[in-house]
Ligand binder design. Structure first.
Ligand code: SAM
Length: 216
């Protein structure tokens, strides 16, 4: 698939839209400007869709998140170069690439085998390398813990305690929590081994987090 001037123009428009919704971090805007989101479409005839600020299907009943949502979660995560970041819900790999563009070392786990297999091959073909895992991310990824940051890209019924346990002191977890219709974005900071600070932001609508501490 090609990345033409037209695609680049559509991306610049998308950056303007995301910026107009309040995203300020220039590194995130630069990442959106750089990543060819149309490469993630299953149907290349739908290229216009790739540069609308919308989620779209990626197979297995899952979606690539809306660019604004990706940008919002990334901004709240306050990613610094060298941060060890765990992403729950690899999906298409788009969010993982944004984190890599921020300079993070990325560990990403996916529950759907087909998506895991597709994305772990697809990202290196674009020149990006993350650490890919298949399994139930509602339990985190204990064998590589602790993490500086954890991002959950599916809607959870509650905050899984395993994720807080796997954060470093000073680390942050960004997670949408709510019911099947809407979830509030939460940021949990691990202030101390046994103390957290919780902040609440606006509502979003994600596909459900599955697994032991998810909806199934
Ligand atoms: N970050 C993804 C992207 O950039 O495309 C978003 C994908 S989608 C909104 C959420 C993903 O979470 C889906 O791929 C879904 O299969 C995955 N998921 C749901 N429950 C999970 C779990 N318990 N562990 C790991 N992944 C899970």
């Amino acid at each position: 698939m090609e990345d033409t001037y037209r695609h680049k123009g559509l991306r610049r428009q998308l950056v303007k839209v995301v910026k107009s919704k309040g995203i300020k971090d220039q590194k995130i805007l630069d990442a959106i400007n750089k990543i060819p989101r149309h490469f993630f479409l299953m149907d290349s005839a739908l290229v216009e869709h790739a540069y609308q600020d919308k989620a779209f299907p990626i197979g297995e009943g899952q979606t690539i998140s809306q660019p604004y949502t990706v940008a919002f979660q990334t901004e709240k995560l306050e990613v610094k170069p060298g941060d060890k970041v765990l992403e729950i819900g690899t999906g298409s790999g788009y969010q993982a690439i944004v984190l890599l563009e921020m300079g993070a070392k990325v560990y990403t786990i996916e529950y759907q085998k087909k998506l895991y297999e597709r994305t772990r091959k697809f990202l290196p073909s674009l020149g990006y390398n993350a650490n890919f895992f298949y399994g139930d991310g509602s339990q985190g990824l204990p064998r590589h813990a602790p993490y500086d940051k954890i991002i959950v890209t599916a809607g959870a019924p509650t905050v899984p305690s395993a994720l807080i346990e796997q954060l470093k002191v000073g680390g942050m977890l960004v997670i949408p929590v709510g019911d099947s219709r809407a979830q509030k974005m939460l940021r949990i900071t691990k202030v101390d081994e046994d103390k957290i600070r919780k902040e609440e932001f606006t509502d979003f609508a994600f596909v459900p987090l599955l697994g032991k501490d998810g909806w199934s």
